[in-house]
Design a protein around this ligand. Sequence first.
Ligand code: SAH
Length: 220
Amino acid sequence: MIDRQIQRMLDDIETEAQYTRKMIGKNAFDPGVMAVMSKTPRNEFVPNTYLDAAFDNGPLPIGHGQTISQPYIVALMTDLLELEADHIVLEIGTGSGYQTAILSQLCKKVYTIEYIPVLADAANARLQRLGYHNIESMTGNGYDGWPEHAPYDGIIVTAAASHIPQPLIDQLKPGGRLVIPVGRPHLYQELMLVDKDADGEVNIKQVLGVAFVPLQGEHD
Ligand code: SAH
């Protein structure tokens, strides 16, 4: 039963990737990313009331006004990071921990920051219980990044920012990639891919229109 639901979710992600191929610059996501999407139990990350919709290709409420991201968006953002087995990744916006679990299976270590303490605690306990052990989590304001473990090969922000936080650019390794939705909270944002080249020069590319919950605690 669950296998069939997961297969439908993977098919829906593939269909949406094809629809958006002009924006994302490819027809399909990396097979390694899709393999991890296929073996990560999204049903464990959604509230019981939404179990029936756990494998739908849409966001779902997780309480406290927050959401678990749409599977296609999780696959897209993960794909954009081009992760390798020895990479160290910083995630801002742990939420349910679903994106964290996906990342952790494609790199060496994930540091993840969540603003809302009860969500951070629940996600941390869930990730431990499910056996994802290469993750360190913290409650706090991800706007400032996590300087102690910088620089990062990849940084992912899963809440909408009004601008790209300078601390995150500073904490990106040369050759590293940052994926972040930038725009007006609750309305419409552009998913941005920021890459820092070997000389430390930063390039920014718009990928796709998206809708995320707001990044809280922004400052300059
Ligand atoms: N990737 C998560 C998305 C959760 S929604 C998932 O798929 O479950 C975005 C999350 O970002 C929310 O949990 C919200 O509380 C958190 N958030 C918002 N502002 C933040 C900040 N400044 N630092 C860290 N987390 C933040």
